[in-house]
Design a protein around this ligand. Structure first.
Ligand SMILES: [Zn+2]
Length: 131
């Protein structure tokens, strides 16, 4: 896998900082009996946290299912099995919607603030729920 780095500009302090889009930071959070991974970037200057996405066990299961469907699709591509391919496209669309809906649901559950602080040179992030 490529280790691509990009720069983003902090909305709050205007600093440009390097982020790894393929491997963002991950915060594991447990709230209301749901274990979730929150993917985020954090500004090294002002410590503002920028959450990217949130995934739980169900979301990971859907992602695995989507990967399987696309593997099947690629294996069948060009075989002339148009009906099977059309069905796979439908299934992949449905799976993508499920992933999106699940993430939206998680965003409403994990509604709160992310606060970063420096602990011994390392940036640590904590989640504080509004509810
Ligand atoms: Zn900043």
């Amino acid at each position: 896998m490529q280790n691509k780095k990009h720069f983003i500009t902090c909305d709050k302090c205007g600093k440009d900082f390097e982020v790894n889009k393929i491997k963002p930071e991950i915060l594991q959070v447990k709230f209301r009996a749901i274990n979730a991974d929150i993917y985020y970037f954090v500004c090294p200057k002002c410590l503002t946290v920028f959450p990217i996405t949130i995934i739980d066990e169900l979301g990971n299961k859907y992602i695995e299912q989507l990967k399987n469907l696309s593997r099947k699709f690629l294996a069948l591509k060009g075989s002339g099995e148009e009906l099977k391919l059309a069905k796979l496209i439908d299934s992949m669309d449905r799976k993508q919607r499920q992933i999106k809906n699940n993430t939206e649901k998680l965003k409403t559950i994990f509604d709160g603030e992310f606060i970063a602080k420096k602990v011994g040179g390392e940036i640590q992030v904590q989640f504080f729920s509004k509810k």
